[in-house]
Design a binder for this molecule. Structure first.
Ligand code: ATP
Length: 712
């Protein structure tokens, strides 16, 4: 909540705003008359929209739209809340929505919706060159003499009394200079449009009229709601033209968007979801991580509230389990009991086998089962003998493959004895069910974010939901950020994306020194990229300028290290400028991590995260910061909304998120040393480096890297 003083100031501002609009109404009513408003009701709607021009809004009026009476004008209103393409309707029967149709009484009027949408589409194309996302344009139909406030797809349907407060209540999307630029672009594109406006200076105004379509209390309430809502971040309104094109393009089959960290892949995914949903699509937006769907769902709700009901955000396993439950199929998932089953299998068939010659750690062989054998849905020893083990760096001789298969069989036996399923079982069951009783076309589109962390069987399951339909499957990811072993090729899932999709190259998230430091960690490592292996990690990334830095804190011992950490965290809340403090224009532009900074009226801790490679180490810092009186919140319970507490999570859990300030204590111990020539060690180090890279590349402005060097 806003503090008492500023809440009072906002309320006063809202009241002044409302009173001024009402006082200017008569003038606006006269101005509307110049546009030959045929009917009184239409003239009043035009008048209430004209009043907004006294407060910096721009109203474009087309006097020459063929075939329309002038008062039935097509108008485009540009203001802080965005761009509204407006069609005024004077229907005698009451408008209503029935299913997906607009009705006037009992008569279907979908044609009129189509006309409003066509007008909006034309305006979208005009504004695309500014990088404006289509979701910042809203078609609106205003019905005189009726009361309603609803939506049909992306079209907002409002009664004449509801119109003005509804438009005013929209959270801020455009700054005053942007309003000017957008209006100018539209005027240039449509020379027929005029932008008449009330003079900014209030003339000697008469008393407020009693017959206006709005009253002070309603408008005051709407303005206050808009002021208190965090402004919409710039990336929710403006995209790079290349991103905008990807969000809108028609693909006649599965497509793929890739690119290095922080290049706006998720941003494009969310815009595309909104674009397709607003055009009638029903979408599943799925990621491997459990906490990310909550964050993304929350962002989407802010970005495109009208489309939010048409997009389901879900974790892969959450979705698969719900799907099985819906089909009456019980799954008894227990990672812990599955782990016990594996320990037993290891005792019986692993620890004295030839597998230990390759790698003595049972965890390595559990991964072989999870990511290669079960993760690929390998059904027989014959198949396993020749299956490619993408991403695994150890070569297995035939006898070792047989030993691994025996271990797998023991594990399956022990698991069945306990009646438990592991994650792969849930996916395999869901895939079998989806194939046996195909999912009715519940989704028109499935968008998969962080696709590099999926197993082959997960990929097949998601593909089975939409197949090859146009604009059906969209895969978003970056192989360089894979934090699990194993992998697959799209060809293994028989998915063809050739020629569909694109690569993003401009990093919008990280200050240049931060992304440079992060890329250094993985620049020598090959990585798997769904369509093949890239021999090394050097990547072309363009950075966008903003200040920021990497702080390397080196301490002689762990106690001093932790003291420096707490000091740095406390430093964030001290008065004065903070690292990477931005000029006012950039504030509140934060992306898929959530809404932060000045936008939500929260302090710097809302923008800070402390990340560790392991849960054990995380617990240590959880206890330590709590003792030191620093508020913390675990990423497991974070949904992207600002909370004045340091976010605590593992490197893996931070996937897809971002924070202004990121603290990585003991970051140099995150990557285990590798014995020369030991392939399993090498593989483990590679994954650890990628995890460290993910953690480092979450930082926008400050990356704090702690380490201990006893004799420093
Ligand atoms: N057109 C844009 N203008 C301004 N900022 C942008 C734009 N596109 C993306 N961003 C910003 O870039 C940041 C990264 O975006 P996003 O999370 O979509 O990247 P990503 O490629 O999915 O990253 P990662 O793979 O590291 O998770 C966000 O903060 C977002 O606000």
């Amino acid at each position: 909540m806003v503090a008492g003083g500023s809440a009072r100031a906002s309320a006063r501002l809202a009241r002044e705003h409302a009173v001024e609009l009402l006082r200017r109404y008569r003038e606006a009513y006269r101005l509307a008359g110049r546009y030959e408003a045929a009917a009184e009701a239409e003239r009043k709607v035009a008048a209430s929209l004209f009043t907004l021009t006294a407060r910096g809004w721009r109203l474009l009026v087309d006097r020459h739209w063929p075939g329309t009476r002038v008062a039935n004008v097509d108008m485009i209103l540009v203001g802080p809340g965005g761009v509204f393409v407006i069609d005024v309707k004077t229907w005698r029967p009451a408008p209503s929505v029935s299913g997906e149709h607009l009705m006037a009484g009992t008569e279907c009027r979908d044609g009129e919706v189509a006309k409003t949408l066509a007008m909006t589409g034309a305006a979208e194309r005009v504004l695309a060159s500014l990088g404006m996302s289509p979701i910042a344009l809203r078609p609106v139909m205003i019905f005189t003499g009726h009361r309603l406030d609803t939506a049909l797809g992306r079209v907002r349907l409002l009664g004449d009394r509801e119109a003005l407060p509804a438009l005013l209540a929209e959270p801020a999307r455009l700054t005053a200079p942007m309003v000017k630029v957008v209006a100018a672009q539209l005027e240039e594109a449509y020379p027929a449009y005029e932008t008449p406006a009330l003079p900014a200076v209030e003339p000697d105004v008469p008393a407020p009229p009693a017959d206006a379509l709005f009253d002070v209390a309603e408008v005051e309430d709407a303005v206050l709601r808009s002021v208190l809502a965090a402004p919409i971040e710039r990336w929710m309104t403006f995209l790079h033209p290349e991103q905008a094109a990807m969000a809108r393009r028609d693909w006649n089959g599965p497509a793929r968007i890739s690119g290095p960290a922080g290049t706006g892949k998720t941003v494009v995914g969310l815009h595309r979801a909104a674009y397709l949903a607003e055009r009638g699509g029903r979408l599943l937006y799925v990621t491997f991580a459990r906490n990310l769907p909550r964050v993304q769902g929350h962002l989407f709700q802010r970005m495109s509230p009208g489309a939010a009901g048409r997009v389901e955000f879900s974790s892969l396993y959450g979705w698969a389990r719900a799907f099985l439950a819906e089909r009456g199929l019980a799954s008894s998932l227990s990672a812990e009991r599955a782990e016990t089953a594996f320990s037993l299998a290891w005792l019986r068939a692993g620890k004295d086998s030839s597998l230990t010659d390759v790698e003595p750690s049972p965890a390595y062989w559990k991964e072989e089962i999870d990511y290669v054998i079960k993760g690929r849905g390998v059904a027989s020893i014959e198949e396993y003998r020749t299956v490619p083990r993408h991403g695994r760096r150890t070569a297995l001789r035939p006898g070792q493959r047989e030993a691994a298969w025996l271990l797998y069989e023991e594990y399956e036996l022990a698991r069945a004895e306990r009646g438990v399923h592991d994650f792969n079982d849930v996916l395999a069951m869901a895939l079998a069910e989806a194939r046996a009783r195909p999912v009715p076309p519940r989704y028109t589109t499935v968008i998969v974010d962080e696709v590099q962390d999926l197993t082959l069987i997960a990929m097949k399951l998601l593909y089975a939901l939409v197949g090859d339909v146009p604009n059906g499957l969209l895969l978003i990811g970056d192989g360089q950020q894979a934090v699990y072993p194993g992998g697959f090729r799209l060809a293994d899932a028989e998915i063809m994306v050739r020629g569909r999709g694109g690569v993003l190259r401009t990093n919008y998230r990280n200050a240049a020194p931060i992304i440079t430091a992060a890329l250094e960690v993985i620049s020598a490592d090959p990585y798997d990229d769904l369509e093949g292996t890239r021999p090394d990690g050097h990547r072309e990334v363009d950075t966008t300028y903003h200040d920021g830095r990497v702080v390397r804190a080196v301490a002689p011992d762990a106690t001093e290290h932790d003291r420096l950490l707490v000091e740095a965290l406390r430093g964030l809340t001290a008065p004065g400028p903070r690292p990477g403090d931005e000029p006012p224009g950039r504030r509140g532009e934060h992306g898929p991590a959530g809404e932060h900074g000045a936008a939500g009226g929260h302090g710097p801790l809302a923008d800070a995260a402390l990340l560790c490679p392991t849960l054990r180490r995380l617990e240590h810092y959880h206890r330590m910061l709590t003792r030191a009186g620093v508020p913390v919140v675990r990423l497991e319970s974070y949904d992207g909304r600002p909370v004045e507490a340091v976010k605590l999570g593992t490197y893996r859990r931070a996937k897809g998120l971002e924070f202004k300030y990121v603290f990585l204590p003991h970051h140099d111990t995150a990557v285990p040393g590798a014995r020369a020539g030991n392939a399993a060690d090498g593989e483990r180090s590679e994954i650890a480096r990628r995890q460290l890279f993910v953690a480092m590349s979450r930082a926008r402005d400050l990356l704090w890297l702690g380490s201990v060097r006893p004799h420093c």
